[in-house]
Design a protein around this ligand. Sequence first.
Ligand SMILES: [Fe+2]
Ligand SMILES: [Fe+2]
Length: 194
Amino acid sequence: MSDRQKKPESMGEKDVVDLLLAQHSLIRDLFDEVEKAPAEARAEAFQRLVRLLAVHETAEEEVVHPYARRKIDGGEGVVDDRLAEENEAKQLLMRMDKAGVEDPQFLTDLAVLRAAVMAHARSEERYEFTQLRAQTSEAERRALAAGVKAAEALAPTHPHAGVESATKNLLVGTPVAMMDRARDVIRQAMGKTG
Ligand SMILES: [Fe+2]
Ligand SMILES: [Fe+2]
């Protein structure tokens, strides 16, 4: 992260690794919000977390992991391990979404999910993103950012007036439905740029 020499005027896109690291921070903040939310606000905060996780993990699966698989040393193994972690977290997320925030197990499950998701994020940062940054060009990483940004637009984490109405209802339903929708949008965005 020390090698950044950005020339904002020449940057069409951000570096995909920077975008994903920023999302990891947002995910951690949203876990905090859900944990601290009073009961009546918990469902809404949890929905924002589910949306962000759906777009983040789908963007990684569609854009970043396939690229890392081909580009980094030992990519096959690194990415298979990350996908296994993602799938495990996804199973729990789907169970929690189905049970709802009123479920007596909710906060216990949330702590388990948080530990799993954050451990997974640390492994990505350590074993995947560092190598991706070292073994790809800035232009490659900017091109990959388009898919992540397209997905991110579906999941406003701090809705503002105006922005909220423009993006409202883009991502609704079960986590699986959200991931399907995010996948469509990402594939469209990458098709356009690629
Ligand atoms: Fe991930
Ligand atoms: Fe991630």
